[in-house]
Design a protein around this ligand. Structure first.
Ligand code: NI
Length: 253
């Protein structure tokens, strides 16, 4: 649409001095005519199509734990959208409850939202009831926003065992671990995060954390480097394909 047409009235106005002659209905018509015609309103930028999942042979998954954070996650989502990359977010239930609008955006933009417990305990240190509560409460907080209960559980610290596996199986979830650990939370160094993804291979699940600005700082370079190696990006569920409830996966094979 031509820029000059923005805000042009829909119809030519009658001589303003004639307004006094207009009935009440005429006033309404005049007011309406002052509104820009629907077609004259600049279109809001179309929401980008969510990127498709990788379906080739060299797919891997970028995963981000411990969010969402209003300080860092929206900027990460901007970067992922700009580069048409799908990722998987392992959220804390407590954070999901506090920032549901960020979850809603993650889903709207094609990402997968999954369970990283409610409060980040070592699940193997809990009673089975307490463990189940950590997982179920988080599933409920996610489902409230996204409309569906997540199918992936990532135990904090990667700490798992028979009881975690049993609870996951009961809830028809699988355990999603990782095979590439950037240790971004420890060194806070974008260059080291970038270097760590050099270990990725087809089917890799790469662990990062969206609560650190220094991780978000690394992500654009991470995407470019992996694309340069011929990798495409998939959500974890898409990458894993058929799974066995309760089982733990470090990568897709
Ligand atoms: Ni964590």
């Amino acid at each position: 649409m031509a820029e000059g047409a923005v805000g042009a009235p829909a119809v030519a106005l009658a001589d303003p001095l004639a307004r006094g002659w207009l009935s009440g209905r005429g006033d309404a018509a005049l007011a309406a005519s002052l509104e820009p015609a629907p077609g004259a309103v600049p279109d809001a930028p179309a929401a980008p199509e969510p990127p498709g999942d990788c379906t080739g042979e060299r797919c891997l998954a970028l995963t981000f734990d411990d969010g969402p954070s209003p300080e860092t996650t929206p900027r990460l989502l901007d970067i992922l959208a700009e580069h048409q990359v799908r990722a998987t977010f392992f959220v804390l239930g407590s954070q999901a409850r506090a920032f549901p609008e960020i979850l809603a955006r993650q889903i709207a933009e094609g990402h997968e939202v999954a369970n990283h417990s409610w409060s980040h305990p070592d699940l193997t240190s809990l009673s089975e009831d307490a463990l189940r509560e950590e997982v179920v409460r988080t599933n409920e907080a996610i489902e409230e926003v996204t409309g569906s209960s997540p199918t992936l559980l990532r135990p904090p610290y990667g700490a798992t065992g028979p009881t975690v596996a049993r609870v996951a199986a009961d809830l028809e979830m699988v355990q999603a671990m990782w095979d590439v650990d950037t240790r971004d939370w420890e060194h806070h160094d974008p260059a080291r995060t970038l270097a760590a993804v050099g270990d990725a291979s087809a089917g890799s699940m790469i662990l990062m954390h969206d609560i650190h600005a220094t991780t978000v700082d690394a992500v654009e370079d991470v995407i470019m480097a992996l694309r340069g190696e011929g990798f495409g990006f998939a959500t974890v569920s898409s990458l894993l394909g058929d799974v066995t409830a309760g089982a733990a996966y470090r990568a897709a094979t």
